[in-house]
Design a protein around this ligand. Structure first.
Ligand code: FE
Ligand code: FE
Length: 398
């Protein structure tokens, strides 16, 4: 009996994680053929504005799968109008291959919500569900429970442990915007994206007016971080007016300070490698602290910001010795913007308008205390910042 795998998705864009997962499924399930099927319109999913068209996604998938044995790209869902429902795809394939054993590949998140799929029962009658997951703790129990539940209904389910650390397409689009996605894309797909300027790779984001800058920044952040970043910008402007710094610099540094924060530790390292930056041991050990460093790189290279803005972003997490007014403003604004809520924040907010460096010192002390409680190391820059503030003993108010 012919064994056919079905791997649907948006593939916006297709990347190496998809191809690895597909290759693994071919091997593990001993498939004669795996069909990669991009959707026309994903049900229940809005795509970001800068997405590739369905035809471009199909073309990129063809490039990605070209020459790989047993992998085929199908335009089945593109050839239909309207939302791409899996039950329709499965019944079309069943008609074409009445004798075949069909395997429907899906990720853990999809599997856990399978019963909410349109005509889930109809799908399950025709296919064996093959769940790919990374073996993350916690997820395993949820998958087992769901498997038991669905098996009682007579569904056929296989769980594939998938050691591939696959990047999400959302993260990949961020990397594309920062010009460092190369290692996650088949070469031909990268060339296609660049030559067609997809995913904002041809956009010129240098010196954007604030309104446009805000739109771009919001598109690159996790939604949960947007309020913080806008709050930091507005607070930085207030502080700049109070302390005689340039409000435009303050606004731009404020809105860009966490621009790379959505990248996890390994992706911070990816960005540094792509930009040719060699890191110290502390940064390697704590790659999450790198977002200030990488944010500054992106502010300079992608957004064309001036050295004052770049430096303020670079030092917003650790501080450093000899901080200038703008650097201090961004450090403090990040700490006290209106969405921050922790014991002592009100004191910090008052102090920031009376004694800016006093507020800096308070922020540094609170951070060090927090790190101590967590048992984490303190960066040498933070220690130097505090020593500098202490050495200046009661720094003159500006
Ligand atoms: Fe930050
Ligand atoms: Fe921040």
């Amino acid at each position: 009996m012919e064994r056919i795998g079905i791997y649907g998705g948006t593939f916006n864009p297709p990347h190496i994680g998809h191809i690895l997962a597909a290759s693994q499924a071919i091997e593990t399930l001993k498939l004669d053929k795996l069909l990669l099927i991009p959707d026309r319109i994903a049900p229940h999913k809005d795509l970001p504005d800068n997405s590739a068209t369905p035809e471009q996604r199909l073309e990129m998938l063809r490039i990605a799968a070209a020459g790989i044995p047993k992998m085929e790209v199908s335009s089945l869902e593109l050839d239909r109008e309207g939302p791409s429902y899996t039950f329709e795809t499965v019944s079309q394939l069943r008609l074409r291959h009445p004798q075949a054993e069909l395997f429907l590949l899906m990720g853990a998140d999809m599997f856990l919500s399978f019963e909410n799929w349109h005509r889930a029962e109809q799908i399950a009658r025709e296919v064996t569900i093959a769940v790919a997951y990374r073996g993350d703790k916690g997820e395993r129990e949820a998958i087992e429970a769901q498997k038991n539940l669905l098996e009682e209904k007579g569904y056929r389910i296989l769980v594939l442990e998938n050691p591939v650390h696959s990047i999400s397409s959302t993260q990949l689009r961020r990397l594309l915007a920062f010009h460092c996605a190369g290692e996650f894309l088949p070469k031909g797909v990268e060339d296609y994206i660049l030559s067609n300027g997809l995913y904002d790779t041809a956009a010129d984001w240098k010196n954007l007016p604030m309104e446009q800058l805000e739109r771009v920044v919001v598109s690159l952040l996790k939604p949960s971080r947007v309020a913080h970043v806008l709050g930091c910008r507005d607070t930085a402007v207030e502080l700049a007016k109070r302390w005689g710094a340039d409000p435009t610099d303050a606004a731009r540094a404020g809105i860009l300070h966490d621009i790379t924060k959505a990248l996890d530790g390994p992706l911070q390292l990816t960005l540094c490698a792509a930009y040719g930056k060699i890191l110290d041991d502390f940064s390697r050990k704590y790659p999450k602290t790198l977002h200030a460093f990488t944010g500054a790189l992106v502010a300079e290279r992608i957004f064309g910001e001036n050295p004052r803005v770049v430096s303020a972003i670079a030092h917003h997490t650790t501080g450093k010795a000899e901080m200038n007014v703008l650097e201090t403003i961004i450090y403090v604004a990040d700490y006290m913007e209106p969405n921050r809520d922790f014991p002592g924040v009100e004191q910090l907010r008052q102090l920031a308008f009376q004694d800016l460096y006093g507020a800096l010192r308070l922020g540094l002390e609170m951070t060090l205390e927090h790190l101590k409680q967590q048992g984490s190391e303190v960066s040498s820059q933070s220690r130097e910042a505090l020593e500098w503030l202490t050495g200046q003993d009661a720094r003159q108010p500006l």
